[in-house]
Design a protein around this ligand. Structure first.
Ligand code: ATP
Length: 340
């Protein structure tokens, strides 16, 4: 449904500095699957989302790579063409904190009208209304919401409404960027249920779910990709990435959260010391080297490729699977992996 090959993009700041936020990222999502993207703040998750929609506006610039949505190669399409024929129809994006960005002086139906008219200028108000009502019904939202102002909606309902507006043109792929992070637990569950229902009913064909909340990702995603400093450092099934991480950063990330799953309950909570590198001038070798307990001199000089262990399972480290597993077992018996 979605394939991205070696995508590299950068920001150019107003001081003409390059920020390499997405570096040679490849991914593939089959129909019916949800890909989770995890990683700490600033690792490039949102930039990847923007980049893979092919919608480039300064300061974001395309450098290289290919984007194929449902067999259609959109690489090199002009932004206007992408906006008209791809965004909302083939792929839709729910940006972070979108629910707080709604214009408070307009009703929900007006937002929907804007989206539809951008693609179907000939639609009448009645046609828009009928379409919106039918969609709200299908998504389990009360149609009265269409006539409400954002301020009249609870946080959870506002976010579900934002999702409904994003999918009003029934896109094939949906990218949800931290869709439930700012919500209370009950609203969070309802938002997740709505996204899941859309996937299960085939309304959406594939989803990318971005969050730094790993336990949530484990429950939502089929596969998980871990990003660090603009690069993929690990990918695999949700189970592999959470329960058997290979890359030292993924291992640290999994160790720094509380997961109420058996087997992880007794694990020691750890933190990853240090900070990610500056993406204006990333180091030539492994980007995680400065924070890695297992760093070797060669890690700092040689660029480390993503090593494919098996179909769909890969990690970016010069240590072998056996070496890493041995190191982790040793670490867990004594000190936690990232304790210095
Ligand atoms: N408009 C911009 N101009 C220059 N650099 C930017 C711009 N937006 C983001 N960046 C930089 O690009 C890198 C990736 O940022 P991005 O927002 O994609 O990370 P993220 O993983 O989504 O973080 P968060 O979870 O906090 O949203 C960061 O180093 C960030 O500082």
């Amino acid at each position: 449904m979605l394939e991205v090959r070696d995508l590299t993009t950068k920001y150019v700041t107003r001081y003409k500095e390059d920020v390499y936020a997405v570096d040679r990222v490849s991914l593939k999502i089959e129909e019916g699957k949800t890909l989770g993207i995890a990683g700490e703040s600033g690792c490039g998750k949102s930039t990847l989302a923007l980049s893979l929609m092919g919608y480039y506006f300064p300061p974001l610039h395309y450098i290289s790579g290919e984007i194929i949505i449902d067999g259609q190669n959109i690489t090199g399409m002009k932004p206007d063409e992408v906006r008209k024929s791809i965004l909302g129809k083939e792929i839709a994006y729910i940006p972070q904190a979108a629910m707080n960005a709604l214009n408070p002086t307009r009703k929900v139906i007006d937002f929907i009208g804007d989206v539809i008219r951008a693609h179907e200028p000939s639609w009448t108000r009645q046609m828009i209304l009928d379409h919106a009502r039918a969609l709200f019904e299908r998504l389990g939202l009360p149609p009265e919401v269409l006539y409400k102002y954002p301020v009249e909606l609870s946080g959870g309902m506002k976010q579900r409404t934002v999702i409904a507006v994003a999918v009003i043109l029934t896109p094939k792929v949906l990218i949800a960027d931290e869709p439930s992070s700012a919500l209370d637990v009950t609203s969070q569950k309802m938002v997740i249920k709505m996204l899941r229902d859309m996937m299960e009913s085939g309304f959406i064909k594939a989803m990318i779910f971005i969050t730094h909340e790993l336990p949530l990702l484990y429950n939502v995603a089929d596969d998980i990709m871990v990003m660090y400093a603009g690069q993929i450092v690990e990918k695999g099934t949700a189970k592999q990435t959470v329960f058997d991480p290979l890359h030292p950063y993924s291992k640290g990330l999994m160790g720094s959260i509380l997961v109420p799953e058996s087997g992880l309950r007794s694990a020691k909570l750890t933190a990853i010391p240090g900070a990610p590198p500056n993406l204006k001038n990333p180091p030539p070798g492994c980007r995680f080297a400065d924070r890695c307990k297992y760093v070797k001199p060669e890690c700092r000089v040689m660029s480390v490729p993503l090593y494919e262990v098996s179909q769909g399972r890969a990690y970016r480290c010069i240590l072998s699977e056996e070496e890493l597993r041995r190191a982790y077992n040793h670490g867990e018996q004594g000190k936690s992996v990232f304790e210095r």
